[in-house]
Design a protein around this ligand. Structure first.
Ligand code: PBG
Length: 323
């Protein structure tokens, strides 16, 4: 092993062309998925107060919005719905004319080359705000599976390219795979929110999607933040049930988990840089305390360096302009 003075690590650092030549990680627009909040109604565009720059759109305004997104070189969006009516079983999640089903059709009508990913969950659609069927104050795993499978199938029928279950029920990937296959959607991939933690970083999202639980919290189904071995078991199980892409969520506070998953499995890996990560960066930037472009590109680079192939980020549009 050579050491100083033969070895000088600064030799490859002194001009940008050299740094670029030996750069190990790059963030590209093609890695990014942009989240869109879709609200039922017409001509609605509302900014979310805890997520400056992020809006809810009604389906009729989506074609224009996705055209702008595609022009920036972004190749995928993930949709979250805010329905007019909520009930105990979240029935508007799987209604053929539900808000997401309308949104998918509106986007697909544009014939843009844009992948439409749909978040499959019930919390935005249930009156109690939990991600499944509630029995005596507890989210019943097995009763929820059927509702999730119906929801995923109705997204596929409306034209979704990828379905992404985020509920954290056991067995949901298998239930969704079976429902898709039985109905001719063998080629619709499942992106599983495999290791999704019960995180305080989802705060702004719950304002955006009006999906805060009306009682209790999500700790009986989402993962306990201190655990990483359990994350590997979650990923292993989702892969065994047929997940095509697995995800770790949140991203920045869970880089160690991303690295472990990357080192253990060979499936494509996504990371979700969640609403709280966006809000922190935005707030500090608006105060003039941090350089926004600098910290955001560094955050995304760190997420890729940890092993993610795909990043879901509310910063996708700004990053596309910066790169
Ligand atoms: C739905 C869902 C949530 C997020 C994505 N899908 C909220 C939650 O689980 O409470 C959070 C995304 C974000 O914070 O950006 N279950």
């Amino acid at each position: 092993m050579s050491s100083f003075p033969q070895s000088r690590l600064r030799r490859l650092r002194h001009i940008e062309a050299l740094r670029a030549l030996v750069r190990e990680t790059r963030v590209e627009v093609g890695d990014l998925i942009y989240p869109l909040f879709v609200v039922e109604g017409n001509k609605i565009k509302q900014e979310i107060s805890s997520m400056p720059g992020i809006c809810r759109y009604s389906p009729d305004l989506l074609p224009k919005e996705v055209e702008d997104i595609a022009k920036l070189g972004i190749t995928a969006v993930i949709l979250f719905g805010i329905p007019k009516k909520k009930d105990e079983v979240g029935s508007s999640a799987y209604h053929p004319k539900g808000v997401i089903q309308q949104a998918i059709r509106a986007i697909k009508k544009t014939t843009l080359d844009l992948l439409v990913v749909t978040d499959v969950c019930l919390c935005e659609y249930t009156s109690h705000g939990h991600c499944g069927f509630v029995v005596d104050g507890y989210v019943d795993n097995d009763k929820t599976l059927e509702l999730l499978a119906k929801t995923a199938l109705s997204h596929a029928e409306a034209g979704a390219d990828i379905v992404a279950p985020s509920d954290m029920m056991d067995g949901r990937v298998r239930a969704i795979r079976q429902a898709l296959d039985k109905n001719g959607f063998q080629n619709t991939p499942i992106l599983a929110y495999a290791a999704k933690y019960a995180s305080a970083f989802y705060g702004p999202f719950r304002e955006a999607a009006e999906s805060a639980p009306q009682f209790g919290d999500r700790r009986s189904y989402q993962m306990d933040p201190p655990n990483w071995r359990e994350a590997l078991r979650e990923v292993e199980q989702d892969i065994a049930e047929g997940a095509d892409i697995v995800m770790v969520k949140p991203a920045l506070p869970y880089l160690d988990v991303i690295r472990k998953v990357r080192d253990t499995f060979n499936h494509p890996l996504a990371a979700y840089s969640v609403s709280g990560e966006y809000a922190m960066a935005k707030a500090a930037a608006q105060q003039g305390w941090l350089d926004e472009k600098g910290i955001v590109l560094e955050m995304l680079t760190a997420i890729k360096r940890a092993g993610a192939d795909i990043i879901i980020t509310y910063y996708a549009k700004e990053v596309a302009k910066w790169l």
